[in-house]
Design a protein around this ligand. Structure first.
Ligand SMILES: [Zn+2]
Length: 234
């Protein structure tokens, strides 16, 4: 199976579904970790081009830890927009390039606009990617890909309906996030949070909800052409 996970910023996938992505890879599936924005507003100490470069390197290193491929659209932070014709075309091409059997992205009501716009962008363009008359650089993707929403940051306002046991992959998830060194500092200084600790706490809480030690929670987007009888999560 080919898995395309799309996060708004470098580090979101690691926080919200990194254990599941690592488990997909361990079970023989191909995983693409894609980010929409380049993370260029996430710093107190670097200028925007500099932090964008550092974060791209961190994202590549994290994907390598998981054994996944890394792609990015490179949109500036704060400018992710589902209404942008350019971004819609880029996302159609990203889906057509990755040819996923399953898509994972943010739910539409997370805590900041880039996350919510990325969610809407993925929902809308993964349908458009199937239309052969919509010409882009790549030919159409043959299926309206099932879409699964990952957790919100800190699990707020998110009720999972499916869980993935990541007990054996928590260390990989932590190692993936640890590659995002600039962001561990940024989140500490800007949001007063130890994100590695938050990651472990949320994974433990989701684990308590489903009877394992550590888990990640998900909610399939069950609309027509996406709903399926198949279990697509590991
Ligand atoms: Zn983010």
């Amino acid at each position: 199976m080919r898995v395309l996970a799309i996060g708004a910023h470098p580090d979101d996938l690691e926080i919200l579904c990194g254990g599941t992505l690592a488990r997909y890879v361990a079970e023989g599936h191909e995983v693409v970790m894609a980010t929409v924005a380049n993370g260029d507003l996430g710093s107190f100490v670097h200028q925007r081009p500099e932090i964008a470069g550092l974060r791209a390197a961190e994202a590549r290193a994290s994907a390598a830890v998981a054994g996944a491929e890394h792609l990015t659209m490179g949109i500036p932070d704060g400018e992710v927009s589902a209404a942008s014709p350019d971004q819609r075309r880029m996302m159609v091409d990203l889906v057509r390039e990755a040819r996923p059997d399953v898509l994972i992205t943010h739910p539409p009501d997370d805590y900041m606009t880039d996350h919510n716009q990325a969610s809407q962008l993925v929902f809308e363009t993964s349908f458009l990617a199937t239309l052969p008359l919509l010409e882009t650089a790549r030919s159409h993707h043959p299926i309206v890909t099932p879409l699964i929403y990952m957790d919100t940051i800190a699990g707020l306002q998110f009720e999972p309906s499916e869980f993935v046991d990541i007990t054996d992959h928590l260390d990989t998830k932590l190692a993936m996030l640890a590659e995002h060194r600039t962001q561990l500092e940024w989140l500490r200084d800007h949001d007063d949070v130890d994100m590695l600790e938050q990651l472990r706490t949320v994974a433990r809480f989701r684990g308590l909800q489903c009877g394992v030690t550590y888990a990640e929670g998900f909610r399939p987007c069950n609309v027509w052409l996406r709903a399926t009888t198949r279990r697509l999560l590991p």
